[in-house]
Design a protein around this ligand. Structure first.
Ligand code: BGP
Length: 486
């Protein structure tokens, strides 16, 4: 057998709110991503997350004519360029393409009785185009972009009603696309409730009287998402038993700084927290430790009658995850050099290089993560995000020599192959992002990830033209040889 199994799903990933643009056309409503502001005065190395928005910011965002500062409204205009982009993915030989549906294209405020036909038609056209190109869609239902309505008229996911609205949205999508899409993910990085709560519960700082109350609300929101995910999974199986449903988490492997048992315990605590989400979505129940923690903190997590049974009965078929970095824990953390930024901050690992944005590059950590997840759950795994953010420069002749990106992927693919050789079941790999798009956390265009360059800057200036980077041909060769030729 080769390094990668036959039928391995090679491809790339994007998310609606970061690439589609066309934020207010054809009946689309406003999502939380559409008010994510880019502050041009903030240096990119300041790592300021742009999700945290005050009510005044939201109001200004809704009124503003100056769209330049809301880059997710423009994305890379995939909405109008999808045919050209899919043709490029086909040229690279993609077997699969991960994308998401913008909830607000289907239900503009999340609460309408009837779905928006133009939104439904758009995704039908995209999926048909993918099928024509022999590319299997992998579709996320919620990737950081619930309708803004839920945070301006409630507590976002901390309000129970959102569960029903989401399930109805999922049902409409499953029915409409049942013959076009087989692989589904319910929530992107469900653990991100803690990282950027604005996408989940709205304006935390303003809505809750204390940090503890905000934490309780986030756990409520998480519980509602987990229930909604399980209910959607139940429906999916009724609508098409061939569907494969996955969960999606950020995998952050934490190492102890030393063999001091105190370091090991700290790292264990972080890793246990990182497993919470998959424990519920794969094993079907909350671990005992989290229930104990809630009770110690006096949190009341609203378990409706039947919730626990729902979680138990409708677990996922496969586990998908993003992998960008590993972390380090130390009892001496306060005296150690720090790295990180918009995704996570921690103790610097002296053995690892960091990206321009402070993310620690750790290919072996991917192997360790794969083995860890497979040992814990024995479920097929799918790496649905992994890649290098880099401010690529275009040569005078228009070429882009992103050898650093090739090197990044090479080293990660070698580690995936080693995990497979070790007996881990890996279904596929979709790089983040296969085409340049707006960064989730910083709203920058200049944090580029693609094999395809898009001529737009942080201020949405540029032609929007697509150009192949050096890594384009390299990845094409990797896919053509099913990973033999790295
Ligand atoms: C993940 C998100 C993606 C993506 C990626 C890179 O956490 O699921 O949406 O953007 O991180 O992050 P960034 O865009 O902040 O560099």
């Amino acid at each position: 057998m080769g390094k990668f199994p036959a039928g391995f799903l090679w491809g790339g990933a994007v998310a609606a709110n970061q690439c589609e643009g066309a934020w207010n056309v054809d009946g689309k409503g406003v999502s939380v991503a559409d008010v994510a502001r880019f502050k041009p005065d903030v240096d990119k190395k300041d790592y300021v997350a742009q999700w945290h928005t005050s009510p005044a910011d939201i109001e200004a965002a809704l009124k503003t004519e100056n769209e330049v500062y809301y880059p997710k409204r423009h994305g890379i205009d995939f909405y109008h360029h999808y045919k050209e982009d899919i043709a490029l993915f086909q040229e690279m030989g993609f077997k699969t393409f991960r994308m998401s549906i913008a909830w607000t294209r289907i239900f503009p405020n999340g609460i309408e009785e009837q779905p928006n036909e133009k939104g439904l038609q758009f995704y039908e056209d995209v999926f048909k185009e993918l099928r024509k190109a022999h590319i299997e869609p992998l579709v996320t239902l919620s990737h950081y972009e619930m309708p803004l309505y839920f945070v301006t008229h409630g507590e976002g996911w901390a309000s129970r009603e959102v569960v029903d609205h989401f399930v109805r949205y999922a049902e409409v999508c499953f029915n409409r696309y049942k013959d076009l899409v087989k692989y589904w993910l319910t929530f992107n990085e469900i653990d991100s409730v803690f990282r950027h709560p604005f996408t989940t519960v709205g304006i935390v700082e303003e809505n809750y009287p204390s940090k503890l109350k905000a934490e309780e609300a986030i756990y409520k929101a998480l519980h509602h998402q987990l229930v909604a995910s399980a209910l959607a999974t139940k429906l999916a199986r009724q609508i098409n038993p061939q569907f494969q449903i996955g969960c999606m988490v950020t995998k952050t492997m934490t190492y102890p700084e030393t063999c001091n048992p105190k370091d090991i315990y700290l790292a264990q605590k972080d890793n246990r927290m990182n497993s919470l989400y998959t424990d519920v979505q794969v094993r079907g129940e909350y671990p005992r430790w989290i229930k104990k923690e809630w009770s110690d903190k006096g949190f009341e997590i609203p378990m409706a009658a039947g919730d626990e049974e729902i979680l138990k009965l409708h677990t996922v078929d496969f586990i998908s995850f993003s992998y960008y970095m590993s972390m380090v824990q130390s009892v001496h953390a306060d005296q150690r050099e720090k790295v990180g930024g918009n995704l996570a901050t921690g103790v610097k690992n002296p053995y690892l290089p960091t990206s321009e944005w402070g993310w620690q590059i750790d290919p072996e950590g991917l192997k360790i993560s794969l083995i860890d997840l497979y040992d814990r759950y024995q479920k097929p795994l799918w790496i649905v995000e992994n890649g290098l953010g880099y401010n690529d420069q275009v040569n005078p002749d228009g070429t882009i020599d992103d050898d650093y990106r090739i090197e990044y992927f090479q080293s990660h693919f070698e580690q995936i192959a080693e995990a497979i050789a070790d007996g881990v079941e890996v279904m596929g790999y979709t790089s983040w992002a296969c085409i340049d798009l707006v960064s989730a956390s910083t709203s920058q265009m200049s944090k580029r990830y693609g094999f395809i360059y898009v001529d737009l800057d942080d201020y949405n200036q540029g032609s929007g033209a697509r150009r192949k980077k050096k890594s384009f041909d390299w990845y094409k060769q990797v896919i053509a040889t099913n990973g033999e030729d790295l």
